[in-house]
Design a protein around this ligand. Structure first.
Ligand SMILES: [Zn+2]
Length: 253
């Protein structure tokens, strides 16, 4: 699968899949850079894939659809106009000949969905899981978000995680506060700092990598639980408790 990032706004990535002169884009918040990429590469827009209703993920849909007549797939949310195929948990959808399975992952928003390709091990997860972090919980609850992240973390470890923001260095700075003795985390900070210095994306990551370094997936880590206790933030050892304490801590910063 050929996937490249189209940078948008200050830190969004609009992921573009291409195959045989056709393209699909994920969460086009801004139509301009998408039109530019299509023109430069002589591509026809086939499908727009939407993960959730936020404007920085949907703002370009109307203009792209009316100019190209492309198909638009996305969650069941009437706020998002222009969707012509509604996706829900377990929907199998084919995009550019690749099969994806839809997973409902509420928390950041209630309508949030992710798209997973078994054959290619690719995950488009919007604002649910980030490299070293996760989306803010705007509409759901902490336990709901933890369950959604648990669903994603159960995917095969080699799954490539295509999230929609370059928030990595800030996320990893927070992760270091939560788990200062995590050697995998320290190594990943170095790798990502170098990539940003070279003006390269830190995305995609993999599920296996995130399980090693992402404090929002490491609810079983004794080191994190100890750190929460030391900070006076420990409320219990259940995954939802640990996740909630870490998310609440991040929200303060
Ligand atoms: Zn969002």
């Amino acid at each position: 699968m050929n996937i490249t990032p189209i940078p948008a706004f200050s830190d969004n990535y609009i992921w573009m899949m291409t195959r045989k002169g056709r393209a699909a884009v994920v969460d086009p918040g801004d139509p301009a850079p998408v039109f530019k990429a299509l023109n430069e590469q002589g591509l026809t827009l086939d499908t727009i894939i939407i993960t959730h209703h936020h404007f920085d993920h949907t703002g370009g849909v109307a203009a792209l659809k009316s100019a190209t007549g492309c198909r638009v797939i996305g969650p069941d949310n009437p706020k998002i106009t222009d969707i012509n195929e509604v996706m829900s948990e377990g929907t199998q959808v084919t995009v550019l000949g690749y099969d994806f399975r839809v997973m409902e992952v509420p928390g950041h928003t209630l309508d949030h969905i992710a798209y997973y390709s078994v054959q290619d091990g690719t995950l488009f997860c919007g604002d649910t899981l980030f490299v070293g972090g996760c989306g803010r919980v705007f509409e759901g609850t902490f336990p709901m978000m933890q369950q959604s992240l648990a669903k994603l973390s159960d995917l095969p470890s080699e799954t490539k995680v295509y999230c929609t923001h370059e928030y990595t260095l800030a996320n990893l700075g927070f992760a270091r506060k939560v788990e200062p003795m995590n050697a995998d985390l320290m190594a990943h900070i170095e790798t990502c700092e170098q990539r940003r210095e070279d003006d390269l994306p830190t995305v995609p990551s993999t599920i296996g990598q995130e399980l090693l370094i992402n404090p929002f997936l490491r609810w079983h880590s004794p080191a994190i639980i100890a750190q929460l206790k030391q900070e006076g933030r420990h409320t219990g050892d259940s995954p939802a408790d640990v996740f909630g304490a870490v998310r609440g801590w991040k929200d303060e910063g």
